[in-house]
Design a protein around this ligand. Structure first.
Ligand SMILES: [Fe+2]
Ligand SMILES: [Fe+2]
Length: 388
Protein backbone atom coordinates (compact mmCIF):
# COMPACT_ATOMS: atom_id res chain seq x y z
CA UNK A 1 0.00 0.00 0.00
CA UNK A 2 2.98 2.11 -0.14
CA UNK A 3 4.22 4.37 -2.86
CA UNK A 4 7.66 5.40 -3.84
CA UNK A 5 7.98 8.90 -5.17
CA UNK A 6 6.28 9.51 -8.49
CA UNK A 7 5.15 5.96 -8.96
CA UNK A 8 3.08 5.52 -12.05
CA UNK A 9 1.41 2.19 -12.41
CA UNK A 10 -1.35 1.49 -14.81
CA UNK A 11 -3.24 -1.73 -15.03
CA UNK A 12 -1.50 -4.88 -13.88
CA UNK A 13 1.07 -5.95 -16.44
CA UNK A 14 -0.49 -9.37 -16.76
CA UNK A 15 -3.78 -7.94 -17.91
CA UNK A 16 -3.99 -6.63 -21.42
CA UNK A 17 -7.15 -4.81 -22.39
CA UNK A 18 -6.23 -5.21 -26.02
CA UNK A 19 -5.47 -8.87 -25.75
CA UNK A 20 -2.93 -10.40 -28.07
CA UNK A 21 -1.09 -12.31 -25.38
CA UNK A 22 0.61 -15.64 -25.70
CA UNK A 23 -2.44 -17.61 -24.75
CA UNK A 24 -4.94 -18.60 -27.39
CA UNK A 25 -8.50 -17.37 -27.13
CA UNK A 26 -9.53 -21.02 -26.97
CA UNK A 27 -7.53 -21.38 -23.77
CA UNK A 28 -9.16 -18.24 -22.44
CA UNK A 29 -12.61 -19.55 -23.27
CA UNK A 30 -11.91 -22.80 -21.43
CA UNK A 31 -10.70 -21.01 -18.36
CA UNK A 32 -13.27 -18.82 -16.61
CA UNK A 33 -10.65 -16.71 -14.84
CA UNK A 34 -9.21 -15.78 -18.21
CA UNK A 35 -12.44 -14.18 -19.40
CA UNK A 36 -10.66 -10.86 -19.46
CA UNK A 37 -7.95 -11.33 -21.98
CA UNK A 38 -4.81 -12.15 -20.16
CA UNK A 39 -1.32 -11.57 -21.41
CA UNK A 40 1.27 -13.81 -19.89
CA UNK A 41 4.32 -11.60 -19.56
CA UNK A 42 7.43 -12.83 -21.27
CA UNK A 43 9.20 -12.73 -17.88
CA UNK A 44 7.33 -15.91 -16.96
CA UNK A 45 9.08 -17.77 -19.74
CA UNK A 46 12.47 -16.23 -19.02
CA UNK A 47 14.85 -18.20 -16.81
CA UNK A 48 15.07 -16.90 -13.25
CA UNK A 49 17.85 -14.44 -12.54
CA UNK A 50 20.39 -15.61 -10.04
CA UNK A 51 22.57 -12.55 -9.90
CA UNK A 52 24.33 -13.64 -6.72
CA UNK A 53 27.37 -15.75 -7.62
CA UNK A 54 26.97 -19.31 -6.22
CA UNK A 55 30.06 -18.76 -4.07
CA UNK A 56 28.23 -16.06 -2.15
CA UNK A 57 25.42 -18.48 -1.28
CA UNK A 58 28.10 -20.00 0.92
CA UNK A 59 27.97 -16.83 3.06
CA UNK A 60 24.33 -17.57 3.85
CA UNK A 61 24.95 -21.21 4.59
CA UNK A 62 27.79 -20.22 6.92
CA UNK A 63 25.41 -17.80 8.66
CA UNK A 64 22.93 -20.45 9.78
CA UNK A 65 24.25 -20.36 13.35
CA UNK A 66 24.20 -16.55 13.29
CA UNK A 67 20.59 -16.59 12.05
CA UNK A 68 19.61 -18.96 14.86
CA UNK A 69 21.17 -16.63 17.43
CA UNK A 70 20.20 -13.27 15.96
CA UNK A 71 16.98 -13.71 14.01
CA UNK A 72 14.99 -16.46 15.67
CA UNK A 73 14.96 -14.68 19.07
CA UNK A 74 13.12 -11.82 17.34
CA UNK A 75 10.15 -14.11 16.75
CA UNK A 76 7.52 -14.18 19.45
CA UNK A 77 6.37 -17.55 20.80
CA UNK A 78 2.87 -18.30 19.50
CA UNK A 79 1.48 -18.41 23.03
CA UNK A 80 2.70 -14.87 23.65
CA UNK A 81 1.46 -13.45 20.35
CA UNK A 82 -1.70 -11.41 20.10
CA UNK A 83 -4.38 -12.96 17.93
CA UNK A 84 -6.99 -11.14 15.84
CA UNK A 85 -9.73 -12.36 18.15
CA UNK A 86 -8.20 -10.35 21.03
CA UNK A 87 -9.40 -7.16 19.31
CA UNK A 88 -12.70 -8.26 17.81
CA UNK A 89 -16.27 -8.79 19.10
CA UNK A 90 -16.50 -12.13 20.86
CA UNK A 91 -18.64 -14.53 18.77
CA UNK A 92 -19.16 -16.85 21.76
CA UNK A 93 -21.27 -14.22 23.53
CA UNK A 94 -25.04 -14.54 23.43
CA UNK A 95 -26.30 -13.14 20.11
CA UNK A 96 -27.61 -9.88 21.57
CA UNK A 97 -24.35 -9.11 23.37
CA UNK A 98 -22.33 -9.95 20.27
CA UNK A 99 -24.60 -7.66 18.23
CA UNK A 100 -24.06 -4.93 20.82
CA UNK A 101 -20.26 -5.25 20.47
CA UNK A 102 -20.61 -4.97 16.71
CA UNK A 103 -22.87 -1.94 17.13
CA UNK A 104 -20.26 -0.28 19.34
CA UNK A 105 -17.52 -1.09 16.82
CA UNK A 106 -19.59 0.59 14.11
CA UNK A 107 -20.32 3.56 16.34
CA UNK A 108 -16.60 4.06 16.95
CA UNK A 109 -15.83 4.14 13.22
CA UNK A 110 -18.63 6.64 12.49
CA UNK A 111 -16.37 9.68 12.58
CA UNK A 112 -13.65 8.20 10.38
CA UNK A 113 -13.91 9.53 6.83
CA UNK A 114 -14.23 7.46 3.66
CA UNK A 115 -10.69 8.28 2.65
CA UNK A 116 -9.43 6.68 5.84
CA UNK A 117 -11.21 3.49 4.84
CA UNK A 118 -9.69 3.60 1.36
CA UNK A 119 -6.25 3.60 2.96
CA UNK A 120 -7.13 0.92 5.51
CA UNK A 121 -8.50 -1.32 2.75
CA UNK A 122 -5.32 -0.80 0.70
CA UNK A 123 -3.23 -1.72 3.75
CA UNK A 124 -5.33 -4.79 4.40
CA UNK A 125 -5.15 -5.93 0.78
CA UNK A 126 -1.39 -5.52 0.84
CA UNK A 127 -1.19 -7.69 3.97
CA UNK A 128 -3.54 -10.26 2.46
CA UNK A 129 -1.26 -10.84 -0.53
CA UNK A 130 1.02 -12.69 1.90
CA UNK A 131 1.35 -15.82 -0.31
CA UNK A 132 3.25 -13.61 -2.77
CA UNK A 133 5.73 -12.52 -0.10
CA UNK A 134 6.37 -16.00 1.23
CA UNK A 135 6.94 -17.08 -2.36
CA UNK A 136 9.47 -14.29 -2.74
CA UNK A 137 11.41 -15.45 0.32
CA UNK A 138 11.35 -19.01 -0.91
CA UNK A 139 12.63 -18.01 -4.32
CA UNK A 140 15.75 -16.57 -2.77
CA UNK A 141 19.07 -18.39 -3.12
CA UNK A 142 20.80 -19.44 0.08
CA UNK A 143 17.80 -18.91 2.38
CA UNK A 144 14.90 -20.71 0.69
CA UNK A 145 13.02 -23.49 2.43
CA UNK A 146 14.28 -26.53 0.55
CA UNK A 147 11.73 -29.03 1.82
CA UNK A 148 8.72 -27.02 2.96
CA UNK A 149 9.49 -27.65 6.61
CA UNK A 150 13.26 -27.45 6.61
CA UNK A 151 14.96 -27.04 10.02
CA UNK A 152 17.42 -24.49 8.55
CA UNK A 153 17.14 -21.32 10.69
CA UNK A 154 16.57 -19.30 7.50
CA UNK A 155 13.60 -21.50 6.60
CA UNK A 156 12.30 -21.50 10.18
CA UNK A 157 12.42 -17.71 10.11
CA UNK A 158 10.65 -17.51 6.73
CA UNK A 159 7.77 -19.70 7.88
CA UNK A 160 7.38 -18.10 11.31
CA UNK A 161 7.60 -14.61 9.80
CA UNK A 162 4.80 -15.58 7.44
CA UNK A 163 2.75 -16.98 10.31
CA UNK A 164 3.14 -13.74 12.28
CA UNK A 165 2.31 -11.60 9.26
CA UNK A 166 -0.75 -13.72 8.51
CA UNK A 167 -2.51 -12.23 11.54
CA UNK A 168 -2.27 -8.72 10.08
CA UNK A 169 -4.52 -9.28 7.10
CA UNK A 170 -6.88 -11.49 9.13
CA UNK A 171 -7.41 -8.84 11.79
CA UNK A 172 -7.85 -5.91 9.40
CA UNK A 173 -10.10 -7.93 7.15
CA UNK A 174 -12.45 -9.00 9.94
CA UNK A 175 -12.52 -5.48 11.34
CA UNK A 176 -13.42 -4.04 7.94
CA UNK A 177 -16.11 -6.69 7.46
CA UNK A 178 -17.74 -5.89 10.79
CA UNK A 179 -17.49 -2.13 10.24
CA UNK A 180 -19.92 -2.28 7.33
CA UNK A 181 -18.09 0.68 5.83
CA UNK A 182 -16.64 -1.05 2.77
CA UNK A 183 -17.81 -3.19 -0.14
CA UNK A 184 -16.34 -6.53 0.87
CA UNK A 185 -16.95 -8.19 -2.50
CA UNK A 186 -14.84 -5.53 -4.23
CA UNK A 187 -12.19 -5.77 -1.53
CA UNK A 188 -12.06 -9.55 -1.89
CA UNK A 189 -11.89 -9.35 -5.67
CA UNK A 190 -8.95 -6.98 -5.37
CA UNK A 191 -7.17 -9.46 -3.11
CA UNK A 192 -7.79 -12.26 -5.60
CA UNK A 193 -6.53 -10.16 -8.51
CA UNK A 194 -3.47 -9.10 -6.54
CA UNK A 195 -2.42 -12.58 -5.47
CA UNK A 196 -2.97 -13.70 -9.06
CA UNK A 197 -0.81 -10.84 -10.34
CA UNK A 198 2.06 -11.31 -7.85
CA UNK A 199 4.79 -8.71 -7.72
CA UNK A 200 8.23 -8.13 -9.14
CA UNK A 201 10.26 -6.07 -6.71
CA UNK A 202 13.44 -6.47 -8.79
CA UNK A 203 15.14 -8.56 -6.13
CA UNK A 204 15.71 -11.45 -8.53
CA UNK A 205 16.70 -14.48 -6.44
CA UNK A 206 19.35 -12.58 -4.59
CA UNK A 207 19.25 -12.52 -0.77
CA UNK A 208 21.36 -9.35 -0.72
CA UNK A 209 18.73 -7.52 -2.77
CA UNK A 210 15.87 -9.29 -0.97
CA UNK A 211 17.16 -8.30 2.47
CA UNK A 212 17.58 -4.65 1.45
CA UNK A 213 14.10 -4.61 -0.09
CA UNK A 214 12.46 -6.23 2.92
CA UNK A 215 14.26 -3.93 5.38
CA UNK A 216 12.77 -0.99 3.53
CA UNK A 217 9.35 -2.58 3.28
CA UNK A 218 9.07 -3.56 6.92
CA UNK A 219 9.94 0.00 7.91
CA UNK A 220 7.47 1.39 5.35
CA UNK A 221 4.65 -0.78 6.70
CA UNK A 222 5.60 0.20 10.24
CA UNK A 223 5.30 3.89 9.29
CA UNK A 224 2.03 3.35 7.51
CA UNK A 225 0.31 1.30 10.24
CA UNK A 226 1.59 3.69 12.91
CA UNK A 227 -0.05 6.55 10.99
CA UNK A 228 -3.39 4.75 10.56
CA UNK A 229 -3.23 4.08 14.33
CA UNK A 230 -2.70 7.79 15.03
CA UNK A 231 -5.54 8.81 12.73
CA UNK A 232 -7.90 6.25 14.27
CA UNK A 233 -7.14 7.64 17.70
CA UNK A 234 -7.69 11.20 16.55
CA UNK A 235 -10.88 10.07 14.80
CA UNK A 236 -12.35 8.60 17.97
CA UNK A 237 -11.68 4.88 17.57
CA UNK A 238 -9.20 3.76 20.24
CA UNK A 239 -9.75 0.07 19.47
CA UNK A 240 -8.83 0.49 15.82
CA UNK A 241 -5.87 2.57 16.98
CA UNK A 242 -4.70 -0.39 19.08
CA UNK A 243 -5.26 -2.77 16.16
CA UNK A 244 -3.08 -0.70 13.82
CA UNK A 245 -0.62 -0.15 16.67
CA UNK A 246 -0.01 -3.83 17.40
CA UNK A 247 0.45 -4.53 13.71
CA UNK A 248 2.93 -1.65 13.50
CA UNK A 249 4.84 -3.14 16.45
CA UNK A 250 5.17 -6.46 14.59
CA UNK A 251 6.48 -4.64 11.53
CA UNK A 252 9.07 -2.91 13.67
CA UNK A 253 10.29 -6.24 15.04
CA UNK A 254 10.47 -7.63 11.51
CA UNK A 255 12.33 -4.53 10.35
CA UNK A 256 14.91 -5.18 13.04
CA UNK A 257 15.48 -8.70 11.70
CA UNK A 258 15.99 -7.69 8.08
CA UNK A 259 18.15 -4.69 8.91
CA UNK A 260 20.29 -7.01 11.05
CA UNK A 261 20.85 -9.28 8.05
CA UNK A 262 22.05 -6.35 5.93
CA UNK A 263 24.21 -5.15 8.82
CA UNK A 264 25.85 -8.58 8.96
CA UNK A 265 26.41 -8.59 5.20
CA UNK A 266 28.04 -5.17 5.48
CA UNK A 267 30.42 -6.67 8.02
CA UNK A 268 31.29 -9.77 5.96
CA UNK A 269 31.07 -8.36 2.45
CA UNK A 270 30.85 -4.55 2.60
CA UNK A 271 31.33 -4.06 -1.10
CA UNK A 272 28.65 -6.60 -2.08
CA UNK A 273 26.25 -5.21 0.49
CA UNK A 274 26.64 -1.56 -0.46
CA UNK A 275 26.26 -2.44 -4.14
CA UNK A 276 23.00 -4.25 -3.28
CA UNK A 277 21.65 -1.23 -1.39
CA UNK A 278 22.51 1.02 -4.33
CA UNK A 279 20.99 -1.39 -6.85
CA UNK A 280 17.68 -1.57 -4.98
CA UNK A 281 17.56 2.20 -4.61
CA UNK A 282 18.34 2.70 -8.30
CA UNK A 283 15.51 0.36 -9.20
CA UNK A 284 13.40 2.28 -6.68
CA UNK A 285 11.57 0.28 -4.04
CA UNK A 286 8.39 -0.90 -5.73
CA UNK A 287 5.61 -1.49 -3.31
CA UNK A 288 4.28 -5.01 -2.73
CA UNK A 289 0.79 -4.15 -3.94
CA UNK A 290 1.86 -2.24 -7.03
CA UNK A 291 -0.16 -4.57 -9.26
CA UNK A 292 -3.42 -4.09 -7.38
CA UNK A 293 -6.56 -4.07 -9.47
CA UNK A 294 -10.26 -4.36 -8.64
CA UNK A 295 -11.54 -5.27 -12.09
CA UNK A 296 -12.59 -1.65 -12.67
CA UNK A 297 -9.94 0.98 -12.07
CA UNK A 298 -6.77 0.39 -14.09
CA UNK A 299 -5.02 3.08 -12.01
CA UNK A 300 -6.18 1.75 -8.65
CA UNK A 301 -2.73 1.62 -7.07
CA UNK A 302 -1.90 5.15 -8.17
CA UNK A 303 -5.22 6.41 -6.83
CA UNK A 304 -4.84 4.55 -3.56
CA UNK A 305 -1.33 5.91 -3.01
CA UNK A 306 -2.58 9.42 -3.75
CA UNK A 307 -5.09 9.07 -0.90
CA UNK A 308 -2.40 7.68 1.41
CA UNK A 309 -0.19 10.64 0.51
CA UNK A 310 -2.99 13.14 1.14
CA UNK A 311 -3.90 11.64 4.51
CA UNK A 312 -0.23 11.57 5.48
CA UNK A 313 -0.30 7.78 6.04
CA UNK A 314 2.56 7.13 3.64
CA UNK A 315 4.17 9.89 1.65
CA UNK A 316 7.09 10.63 -0.64
CA UNK A 317 8.63 12.32 2.39
CA UNK A 318 8.40 9.02 4.25
CA UNK A 319 10.24 7.28 1.42
CA UNK A 320 13.15 9.70 1.78
CA UNK A 321 13.02 9.44 5.59
CA UNK A 322 13.20 5.64 5.47
CA UNK A 323 16.17 5.77 3.15
CA UNK A 324 17.91 8.23 5.46
CA UNK A 325 17.09 6.08 8.46
CA UNK A 326 18.58 2.99 6.81
CA UNK A 327 21.73 4.83 5.73
CA UNK A 328 22.20 5.84 9.39
CA UNK A 329 21.22 2.43 10.77
CA UNK A 330 23.79 0.70 8.57
CA UNK A 331 26.41 3.43 8.96
CA UNK A 332 26.74 3.64 5.18
CA UNK A 333 28.06 7.18 5.34
CA UNK A 334 30.89 6.08 7.63
CA UNK A 335 31.84 2.92 5.78
CA UNK A 336 35.51 3.05 4.81
CA UNK A 337 37.05 -0.39 4.65
CA UNK A 338 36.52 -3.04 2.04
CA UNK A 339 35.13 -0.88 -0.75
CA UNK A 340 36.50 -0.85 -4.28
CA UNK A 341 35.86 1.93 -6.80
CA UNK A 342 32.38 0.66 -7.65
CA UNK A 343 31.56 0.29 -3.97
CA UNK A 344 32.57 3.88 -3.27
CA UNK A 345 30.44 5.14 -6.13
CA UNK A 346 27.49 3.13 -4.78
CA UNK A 347 28.07 4.54 -1.29
CA UNK A 348 28.14 8.10 -2.60
CA UNK A 349 24.97 7.53 -4.61
CA UNK A 350 23.03 6.04 -1.69
CA UNK A 351 24.17 8.64 0.82
CA UNK A 352 23.12 11.57 -1.37
CA UNK A 353 19.86 10.05 -2.61
CA UNK A 354 17.42 11.12 0.11
CA UNK A 355 18.27 14.77 -0.50
CA UNK A 356 17.87 14.35 -4.24
CA UNK A 357 14.50 12.65 -3.77
CA UNK A 358 13.32 15.55 -1.61
CA UNK A 359 14.36 18.10 -4.22
CA UNK A 360 12.63 16.13 -6.99
CA UNK A 361 9.53 15.81 -4.86
CA UNK A 362 9.38 19.55 -4.27
CA UNK A 363 9.41 20.06 -8.02
CA UNK A 364 6.78 17.35 -8.51
CA UNK A 365 4.59 18.99 -5.85
CA UNK A 366 4.87 22.36 -7.61
CA UNK A 367 3.86 20.73 -10.88
CA UNK A 368 1.00 18.86 -9.21
CA UNK A 369 -0.44 22.16 -7.96
CA UNK A 370 -0.89 23.22 -11.56
CA UNK A 371 -2.61 20.04 -12.71
CA UNK A 372 -6.33 19.80 -12.38
CA UNK A 373 -7.85 17.73 -9.60
CA UNK A 374 -9.41 14.49 -10.72
CA UNK A 375 -12.58 12.90 -9.37
CA UNK A 376 -11.94 9.23 -8.71
CA UNK A 377 -14.45 6.55 -7.74
CA UNK A 378 -13.34 3.81 -5.38
CA UNK A 379 -15.22 0.54 -5.71
CA UNK A 380 -14.14 -0.37 -2.14
CA UNK A 381 -16.39 2.38 -0.77
CA UNK A 382 -19.37 1.65 -3.00
CA UNK A 383 -18.13 3.81 -5.89
CA UNK A 384 -18.24 7.00 -3.89
CA UNK A 385 -16.15 9.72 -5.45
CA UNK A 386 -13.09 11.41 -4.11
CA UNK A 387 -11.33 14.41 -5.59
CA UNK A 388 -7.62 13.77 -5.91
FE1 LIG B 1 2.34 -6.98 7.91
FE1 LIG C 1 5.80 -6.93 7.58
Amino acid sequence: MLAGPQVTINRPAWISSTGGGHRSSAAAARSPHLQRRVTVPSAIAAPPKHSMPPAKAEIFRSLEGWAADNLLPLLKPVEKCWQPQDFLPDPTLPAAEFAEEVRLLRERTAELPDEYFVVLVGDMITEDALPTYETMLNRTDGIRDETGSSPSPWAVWNRAWTAEENRHGDLLRTFLYLSGRVDMVMVERTVQYLIGAGMDPGTENDPYLGSVYTSFQERATFVSHANTARLAKEGGDPVLARICGVIAADEKRHELAYTRIVEKLLELDPNGAVLAVAEMMRKRITMPAHLMYDGRDPKLFKHFTAVAQRLGVYTAEDYADILEFLVGRWGLDKLEDGLDGEGRKAQEFVCGLAQRIRRLQERADEKAKKTEAEAVKFSWIFDREMVL
